[in-house]
Write a protein that binds this ligand. Sequence first.
Ligand code: GLO
Ligand code: MG
Length: 343
Amino acid sequence: MQGTFRFSFGPWNIHEGADPFGPEVRKSIPFNEKLEYYKKLGFDGVQFHDDDAVPDLNNKTHEQIIKEATELKKVLDDHGLVAEFVAPRLWMDPHTIDGGFTSNCPKCREYALNRLKTTADIASAIGAKNIVLWLAREGTYIRESKDPVTATERIGEALQMVLDYNKDIRVMIESKPNEPVDHAFIPTIGHAIAMGLMTNAPDRVGCLIESAHAILANLCPSEEMGFALAHKKLWSVHLNDQNGLKFDQDQTFGMVDPRRALNQVRVLDKHGYGNNGEWIGLDVKVLRTQKDDVCLKHLEYSRKIFLRLLEISRSFDDAKIEELIGTRDYEELNWYILDAMLK
Ligand code: GLO
Ligand code: MG
């Protein structure tokens, strides 16, 4: 069964170019202008942080938040765009200096739980059935500063809380092993899937695999995807690339290792990804050196590279591959794949 592919990204993927050691290098593009680019670039889905959807939400009443989210839904409809998910941007708030759900401060944990409820409300108002938990600062620099059992239980309780609070939504956990913390509590997709078992609704907890995050855990993204697909838990992806065990680079898909990218496309396509409405999200960042007038190429080319790799993957002769597997001639299999890629 082949996959069905439609593409999404978040407003943060059109970026000013600042990094931890330098200022912004491009002017920022207002949200409404960003929306104009989606269709032109071949994208139909928008991913949101809660405060991408409703800016400055700490200073708004619940009623105001829902009103603005409902208005946003109309704007999306007018552009022919669909909201894929909403994620609480917990890591930017002063309450979450030491994490949200796993913070050692009870008031900060309460803040994080309330923000998760608001995220679910925004998701429902803009017509998204998924929320994403990228757990960011839920982890430690100093092992003794948080008990890992208590921390895992607290993340499980947060999941249960939001599943009970809004019965229409599902949660997708986006694992990442490090950055901004040294060790994160849900470092791989196996951990993410296991978290669902701490709730009474594991069928509503799935995962989002980001290529770079798997690579940062020194794992192979296509095999992580295979694991999640076998568990029927791969509900979204953040495709991108990453040059080894460094800071999270969010590079254009396939930029570093096109064969690794091909294998991600291949596992998704072979196992019917997208046939239940799953999106191909591209969590890519524009290079700092790009000028304003060419600052969207990372999105355009990530999508194009995906489609080119899909063509290559679909051109493979499955009988030939089976024959090489049968004779255990993996050297010839390697040549067959590389030859197709290098044509
Ligand atoms: C950072 C993550 C981040 C999330 C986004 C959605 O490393 O990849 O970009 O994907 O905040 O939760
Ligand atoms: Mg991501």
